[in-house]
Design a protein around this ligand. Sequence first.
Ligand code: PBG
Length: 335
Amino acid sequence: MNTPTPTTFPLLHRSRRLRGNPLLRQMVRETRISPSALVYPLFIREGRGIREEIPSMPGQFRYSPDTLLPELEKLSKIGVERVLLFGLPAKKDEYGSSAWDKHGVVQTALQTAKKEFPNLFYMTDVCLCEYTSHGHCGMLSGDTVDNDRTIPWLAKTALSHVRAGADLVAPSDMMDGRVLAIRETLDANGFSDIPILSYAVKYASAFYGPFREAADSAPAFGDRKTYQMDYHNRREGVKKASQDLEQGADLIMVKPALSYLDVVHEIAAAFPVPVAAYSVSGEYSMIKAAAHAGWLDEDSMVCETAASIFRAGASILITYYARELAGFIREGRIG
Ligand code: PBG
């Protein structure tokens, strides 16, 4: 048997030519990441002088409105200038009424934060689950989450956030028709310039586990599958995004991010609007836990996963790793 002769044909296409030099690799990158595309979620709880670490999310804290201020200063210095606020009230009730209280926790935090740091951009999560005693995202009629009864209260909550200084509202409750109600309410009260980022494509996901510990918002009975999306579905996400855009949403969110990159890609291709992906609590905790065990390199994981979300088509990334990412971008490690 003859031994094969080495190939002698001229190799015209060498992919490795573009990989040989780090400056060249950076130049030919297809995905650019800037700190201006990052949003940092913050949990605000009632009280004073509180900065407590969330056990399932090491490195993330619940702040009272006063301890939030130094944190905002640090964020602003490192170039993370956009935040998403979640409120953890002292008292919950059946209706979630502290959600729209003008002296509520988000409203109070917003008023002081806007005064101290008017240069930052304040977004708020609009939902009732952190405020209801039963932990569901809307009001109940018997054991069902009552869509139409909930809508006006979500609109009222959004309005109270904007009155307190929110620059953008992000409804995450998944009730049908809430975007239109919020748009109409904001417009009728002179806030037609405030954009709505709709959590339009939000799946019923186990990845929210650590958040629910952080916000003490796990549903007391049942689950959220009657209002959040079934993870088997992608085309339904397109329908949902198109409905919310028709109702006046300005930006669309896909959530979670990592297991839903196909959905991010599809939504970004289908609609000419900014698409935000929310890399949720469980995505953060998974990386933290693996890094803590010494199984994965945390920094590399943070860079690679963030790049994958932008590569899929997201133009905004909401992430608990925003601070670290801003640093990696500055160092030229990604971006
Ligand atoms: C409120 C809300 C949730 C998250 C964002 N807004 C929890 C949920 O729907 O159960 C999850 C965020 C995260 O896990 O980081 N409805």
